[in-house]
Design a protein around this ligand. Structure first.
Ligand SMILES: [Fe+2]
Length: 639
């Protein structure tokens, strides 16, 4: 009896595990999921885009679920939602999941679970969670919009395609509430209007372990700049614009684009354009439209993210486009008129400060659109400063960390933070910067927002270089970090080109002329030498033939040879010198004499003379001399 009871108990206890085995669950994230990232975080929602290894998933016969839960210590406190994922049938197999109904200011964990079952209950998930090791991710929802909230976000831009730089591992560990990637996610410089090429570029980024780990860890706010929109310095006329925009809308988790209402559905918003009285379906609203500008609220801060590429120079001397200009005015006016908003962050993919300009240094993109800067500055003054609101602008593009406390910001006078590059060689643009700059990579910015629940919000800024704080600043306590560095960017490579180009050019021209002259002289000398040799060879041959034909020594006609040589060369002069010893050829002379005597004896030859060539070498030469004394002849070239 006891035995049978024990058996029954064992069966009952192992039943859940048995059921799990039958249903077949798995937490093997990397086996089935290629990559996922999340963004558009608010106080109660988030968008998660997941890319699967579809064929592996299908072959295994699994359905995919995303379980959201809160934790107490290491165990689940409550399962908030279990959401089935549907992957698109396209080659990139993506699931676009919009999670809503979340609780503000809450830390949510989530895991992917793969199950044969077509539906999954909370208890199924909890049972399996307790028996296996999940791959877990998390995020923190913001506080209810327009209520005080302390948060920390990161910001940076620019990494070469396929970078696996350790800076991404640092960022993954940083535990930011969210991260603003200000462009140049890759440097593919795609100019073709080919959306598949853009998809491939995204894959190239996410296939690197450190980047994959970072982008999966932290809610993202991404905007493209030139290199991930088109080519270097791409503007709104680049042919890749439609593909870049379409790929962004497909791949990226983003807040509603071109929104007139800041993205948080619990906010009470004013400032919508005339005629907009109901909530807008932004998917429809943005279909086929360019522009990825948008705004969102975190606590009592409004973030205004500009798109400085899609409309740049579509109209002459214009960077925003008419619609974005109106939108921007709307956003600033909204922030000014909404009491709860105490702080505004402007996000610009390119540097804002460019006070000293000049042609020798690298200027910012904004340098060409100063009237627009002036327009924005006047709106800020009118709506924000007049209502005691603060502004900080963050920017990328220039591969440096830099900070200006506002003293060099002619348009608005607010602090400007440059936070780049993640993984690109250094460059400096704009400036000067009151707190200096450091070019290079392994850089990012950390911005801690402290809400004192009165009218004051402070931003503590740390600009990181190689994992260490390199430039620090506090918008409420600038006195803590005084600086008069006022660093200006050095001369750019274009500047050096302007300075050194003409000098190098002159040297090149002079050098080339001299080289040609020298080579011409050399070639002429060689030509003459060759001709001389031919003449000499010919003369010797003739002398031999004449000598052998007559059988008599001295058949050679000196005058005739000279005449022939002169007539053929024209510039050749043969000068006879009888003093062989004086020219240091005694030995040769003796040798020649003995050879000549031998030849006389043998009756094969009669007489010879020697000519010296250009190198002073003795050369047998025809000739006839009364005293048979070896003779050295000098050949003198006339030029
Ligand atoms: Fe860049």
């Amino acid at each position: 009896m006891i035995l049978s009871n024990l058996l029954l108990l064992t069966i009952l206890l192992s039943l859940p595990l048995l059921m799990l085995a039958i249903n077949a669950y798995s937490f093997q994230y990397d086996k089935y999921i290629r990559f996922h990232w999340k963004g558009a975080l608010t106080s109660n929602s988030i968008i998660i885009k997941t890319f699967s290894w579809k064929s592996v998933l299908e072959d295994s016969g699994y359905n995919t679920f995303l379980a959201l839960y809160t934790k107490s210590g290491t165990s689940i406190a409550s399962v908030a939602q279990i959401l089935p994922l549907t992957f698109s049938s396209e080659s990139f197999s993506m699931s676009d999941l919009s999670v809503t109904g979340l609780t503000p200011s809450t830390k949510y964990y989530y895991s992917y679970i793969f199950a044969v079952a077509s539906s999954l209950t909370s208890s199924d998930f909890q049972t399996y969670y307790g028996s296996s090791e999940p791959v877990e991710f998390h995020f923190n929802t913001f506080s209810a919009a327009l209520t005080p909230y302390n948060f920390t976000f990161g910001a940076a831009s620019c990494a070469q395609t396929g970078s696996n730089h350790p800076v991404f591992a640092q960022l993954a560990e940083a535990n930011f509430d969210f991260f603003i990637h200000m462009g140049d996610l890759h440097y593919e410089d795609i100019t073709a209007n080919d959306v598949i090429t853009f998809y491939q570029a995204y894959y190239n980024v996410f296939s690197q372990p450190n980047q994959k780990s970072f982008f999966q860890s932290t809610p993202i706010q991404y905007l493209f700049d030139d290199h991930d929109f088109g080519s270097n310095d791409a503007d709104g006329n680049v042919p890749s614009k439609p593909a870049a925009t379409a790929a962004f809308k497909k791949f990226v988790p983003y807040y509603p684009l071109r929104n007139y209402l800041p993205a948080d559905d619990s906010a009470t918003i004013g400032g919508a354009p005339q005629g907009v009285t109901t909530a807008i379906n932004y998917l429809t609203y943005n279909k086929g439209k360019y522009g990825i500008y948008r705004s969102f609220i975190v606590g009592r801060c409004l973030f205004i993210v500009m798109d400085l590429r899609s409309f740049q120079d579509v109209l002459p001397e214009d960077i925003l486009g008419e619609e974005q200009k109106n939108w921007l005015e709307n956003q600033i006016r909204y922030a000014g008129n909404t009491d709860e908003i105490r702080h505004v962050f402007l996000v610009s993919s390119v540097p804002w400060v460019d006070k000293d300009g000049g042609i020798l240094k690298e200027t910012s993109v904004w340098d060409d659109y100063k009237p627009t800067q002036a327009m924005i500055a006047s709106l800020i003054d009118k709506y924000l400063y007049q209502n005691d609101k603060k502004v900080v602008l963050i920017a990328g593009d220039a591969h440096m960390i830099a900070l200006d406390d506002g003293r060099n910001n002619e348009y608005g006078g607010f602090p400007v933070v440059q936070a780049a590059s993640l993984d690109r060689r250094g460059s400096c643009k704009g400036g000067p910067y009151s707190h200096g700059y450091h070019t290079g990579n392994d850089h990012y910015g950390v911005l801690e927002v402290v809400d004192y629940e009165n009218d004051t919000i402070c931003v503590k800024i740390a600009l990181m270089d190689g994992g260490a704080k390199s430039i620090v600043y506090d918008t409420c306590r600038p006195d803590l970090y005084p600086s008069d560095k006022n660093h200006k960017c050095g001369i750019s490579w274009r500047g050096w080109l302007i300075i050194l180009g003409p000098i190098v050019f002159c040297f090149l021209v002079i050098g080339t002329v001299l080289w040609f002259r020298r080579n011409r002289r050399k070639r002429m000398l060689l030509l003459k030498k060759k001709k001389q040799q031919e003449l000499q060879d010919k003369a010797i041959q003739k002398y031999k033939e004449d000598g052998f034909a007559s059988g008599v020594s001295g058949a050679y006609d000196e005058a005739k040879l000279g005449q022939n040589l002169k007539s053929q060369e024209g510039k050749l002069e043969v000068r006879k010198t009888n003093d062989a010893s004086a020219s240091g050829h005694e030995e040769d002379s003796a040798k020649i004499k003995s050879e000549r005597d031998m030849m006389f004896k043998e009756g094969t030859f009669c007489e010879r003379e020697h000519l010296t060539d250009m190198n002073g070498q003795l050369t047998p030469k025809e000739g006839e001399f009364a005293d048979a004394t070896p003779v050295r002849r000098n050949i003198v070239y006339s030029h």
